[in-house]
Design a protein around this ligand. Structure first.
Ligand code: SAM
Length: 231
């Protein structure tokens, strides 16, 4: 059985035409992107590297990594989101490749093929995140980096990431996130260790609503990222 939630894929496909509007539903991803791109690039110089972006959506991160000189492939299961990514790629002239395939299926076809794998803001949208983490670990070379970002699960993250972001500030459409699928750092750690990944660093991502800026922080209580190395 495929590890995907059809409702989630429909939701992201339905918003495909809005993906590259920096003022629309994906504004937070546009705001976050320079920060996460720098963070990833600080671990693995992207130029010349073969990178896989799992759950790439409309390609915000994938395209920016290609612009830094990486050879990027983006995969997703939301067809219309991938079409938006491909159309934007044609417009921007950036060289990268997209494919509609699951991480698990690609891991069988291309094990150890990538210098680094990114899987950002995606794990909290799938039924079995451990299976995605395991596939990411299989896809990267030994010694390669794997980067995840997701949402912590606690009262604070519920209040900020669901109630405030979706209902009060309306930064995100209602129903964007299902709190039950948020992932505690300890849970992500155990998925990563079970997949043969060495945990290198957790980093918090904080949002300042007044300035509408994301910054890196040591506070992992809401949004956080994890950098791992395949051992
Ligand atoms: C919040 S978006 C994040 C997009 C991108 N990673 C970013 O951070 O800019 C979540 C993405 O995960 C994708 N997704 C959900 N389930 C998936 C699955 N099982 N396999 C691949 N992609 C999936 C959705 O279609 C959507 O594009």
């Amino acid at each position: 059985m495929i590890n995907a939630d059809p409702h989630e894929l429909r939701k992201f496909s339905a918003l495909a035409h809005r993906w590259w509007d920096p003022t629309a539903e994906f504004k937070p991803l546009h705001q976050l992107n320079p920060l996460r791109l720098d963070w990833i690039n600080s671990y693995t110089q992207l130029r010349g590297k073969r990178i896989l972006d799992v759950g790439c959506g409309g390609g915000i991160l994938a395209e920016s990594m290609a612009q830094l000189g990486a050879q990027v492939k983006g995969i997703d299961l939301a067809s219309d989101a991938l079409s938006a990514a491909e159309l934007h790629r044609l417009d921007s002239g950036v060289m990268l490749e997209y494919e509609e395939v699951s991480a698990e299926a690609l891991a069988l076809r291309e094990p150890g093929a990538y210098d680094a794998v990114t899987c950002m803001e995606m794990l909290e949208h799938v039924p079995d995140p451990g299976s995605i983490v395991s596939a990411c670990a299989k896809l990267v070379k030994v010694g390669g980096w794997v980067f995840f970002s997701t949402l912590n699960r606690n009262l604070k993250s519920y209040l900020f990431a669901v109630i405030a972001a979706e209902y009060i500030a309306q930064m995100l459409p209602r129903g964007t996130h299902d709190y039950a699928r948020f992932i505690r750092p300890a849970e992500l750690s155990s998925y990563a260790r079970a997949a043969g990944l060495h945990l290198h660093a957790f980093k918090g991502v904080s949002y300042a609503p007044m300035s509408q800026h994301f910054t890196l922080s040591d506070d992992t209580s809401i949004n956080y990222m994890l950098a791992c190395v395949r051992v």
